[in-house]
Design a binder for this molecule. Sequence first.
Ligand code: FEO
Length: 402
Amino acid sequence: MYCTRKVTNHIYWVGGSDHRLSLFENLFPIPRGVAYNSYIILDEKTALVDTVDSSITRQFLENIEHVLDGRPLDYMIINHMEPDHCATIEELVYRYPNIKIVATAKAIQMIHQFYNFEEKDNTITVKENDTLSLGSHTLNFVTAPMVHWPEVMMTYESSEKILFSADAFGSFGALDGNLFNDEVNFESEWLDDARRYYSNIVGKYGVQVQAALKKAAKLEIQMICPLHGPVWRTNISWFIEKYDKWSRYEPEEHALVIFYGSIYGNTENAATVLASKLSEAGIKNIKLYDVSGTHVSYLVSEAWRCSHIVFASPTYNMNLYPPMESAIHDLKALNLQNRTVAVIDNGSWANAAGKAMRNMLAEMKNITLLEDQLSLVSSLKESQMEQLTQMANSIISSYFPQ
Ligand code: FEO
């Protein structure tokens, strides 16, 4: 049975959600599922804005049929050619043979890369500032290359002031009936997943997101319709500010997180003792994560949130403990910047973790590595408590500057 939502009088959401998929991109855990949004604009001409993932094809096709109510589909706007949004292009061409596909040149090239698509005279290549009239609605195309793929564009509908933003402003999480941001508790229930989505998938491309935000700032926006997660119709500037901060690699909060790896619990013990000292000194809401038991996408998201990060890791095979190496490698690959960090290392007979962590962190941009460090030999001893206190004091001075 179809399941659609009215976005405005002439625009309908025809997407769907997948609650079964466990790993988005076969990589990121999505315990809350994921939504694939798609929209239809009804005017003198009809236009579909993006398609969906193959997992919800049946639902999607029923939704389209219901909203069109016998009308033809004139245009299919492709803002993004990643398969979670374009899996049904061929099927739609078969069903609506007169449809015109509207996309950037790069996106049209990608259609042919992904699919055995027979090119008829059915594509319209658009570039920056091109427009397409549907009647009383006009689509304005705004390119957004490398947010987070090269072919990406956003589509701005100027009569209702709606930005169809592709992956930008999206989030992990299924839409359980509620479609709009003001129908859910976004800050308490969605923000962490929105940040995890942004930091892991788009995080590397902060410069390009900033360029897209500058273009968006010139538009009067009443509503943002992303490809994942809720549609934004209230408090839009609050979410744009989050994106602005995330893409400038500014910490979202003045907050401290400790990432530790621990083989037998000794490095964890030192991390916990440090956390207690920091708490006694007034640092609130400290979060401690075991890098072995926490999917790296959550660590990345927390690194995007927090201003201060402590890395605590044992040595393994005369190098860094692999889960910690993987975590720091990801943070580096995603361009994390502008953080204050401290390091605890451990080694029973050939300590190499500290040097390895310091070297990796030194290669990242604007990372302030605090000088006071703690180097353990197997376990934290009373004789090292002064050193740990000194390290805690150094973190506290940086956290609460005079
Ligand atoms: Fe949601 Fe980049 O695909």
